[in-house]
Design a protein around this ligand. Structure first.
Ligand code: ATR
Length: 272
């Protein structure tokens, strides 16, 4: 989708710029970044599995990328590339565009992989009151919680086993962010937690998955009376923010939504 996002924006703005994908082999990340800089390339995106390795090749990182230790966007400066994590900046902007608040909230995050870890950092950085990190393997949730709590010198993140959600069932409603790969196409009938009692604790569910457009997690949230969103706007805004950083411009909401329509068309999604 990234070529669709950037080439659409560049064309509409009449900007002499093209976005192309490159495949980089294992062990060549640093060489690729140095080579791109020598070639006078304006910026780069980095994707899985190189987001951590790329972060280690840079001298400068913005606050969020530095804390998370993963970058997806490199922006050319006079000294080299500066790293950003526009995945998380994009998730934040996508949530803002839906009026989903993080500040002061108690948030349930599902997962403890790379995506969930970044989400936990982002939530704490944006001032949430608490993150409960639910994972099938408790040990991994404990490791992530320790890392985030250490980075912020506060006990913001509590690791939880998947079965432990009744401990939080005090009538309170939570924002939940689904950050595992469970439910991804073609396993569209899967969700990390199936119990309806869990979903009755959720006022808003945000799934990072965008394929399918309606995940099992989203259906379960809606069936229990909550609002549910998929991750396509996060994908949109991570690109919009990268484009803004590379070109030092602000993309209007109307332009962003135009790109969003193009993305949906390219993915064969007719309407929401
Ligand atoms: P990413 O970097 O994209 O987040 P990952 O590191 O492979 O991907 O993490 C995948 C997440 O999905 C993990 O939290 C994983 O749980 P475990 O840590 O217990 O492996 C979770 N996950 C994957 N398959 C799962 C399943 N069938 N049931 C529950 N959780 C699952």
């Amino acid at each position: 989708m990234s070529p669709v996002i950037h080439n659409t924006l560049a064309q509409r703005e009449g900007r002499n710029m093209v976005y192309v994908p490159f495949q980089v082999e294992n062990g060549c990340v640093e060489t690729a970044i140095k080579g791109a800089y020598a070639l006078n390339i304006l910026g780069l995106n980095v994707t899985v599995p190189y987001k951590g390795e790329a972060a280690d090749c840079l001298t400068e990182k913005d606050e969020m990328a530095g804390k998370i230790g993963a970058v997806n966007t490199l922006v050319r400066t006079d000294q080299g590339y500066k790293g950003y994590n526009t995945d998380m900046l994009g998730l934040f902007r996508a949530m803002q565009s839906e009026n989903i608040r993080l500040q002061g909230e108690e948030i349930l995050v599902l997962g403890a992989g790379g995506a969930a870890r970044a989400v936990a950092y982002m939530c704490v950085l944006k001032g949430c009151a608490k993150v409960y990190l639910f994972n099938r393997t408790l040990r991994k949730a404990e490791t992530v919680a320790q890392e985030v709590n250490k980075a912020f010198a506060a006990a913001c993140v509590t690791p939880m086993s998947l079965a432990d959600y009744p401990l939080l069932g005090n009538g309170r409603k939570y924002l939940a962010i689904q950050a595992t790969s469970v439910g991804l196409y073609p396993n569209t009938e899967d969700a990390v937690i199936m119990d309806t009692a869990f979903y009755r604790m959720i006022h808003t569910g945000y799934d990072l998955i965008y394929n399918p457009q309606n995940t099992k997690f989203m259906s379960l949230v809606r069936e229990a009376g909550g609002k549910a969103y998929h991750g396509l706007k996060m994908l949109l805004y991570q690109g919009i923010i990268a484009y803004e950083l590379w070109n030092n411009v602000k993309v209007s909401e109307a332009e962003a939504l135009h790109v969003y329509e193009k993305m949906k068309k390219a993915m064969g999604i007719a309407h929401e």
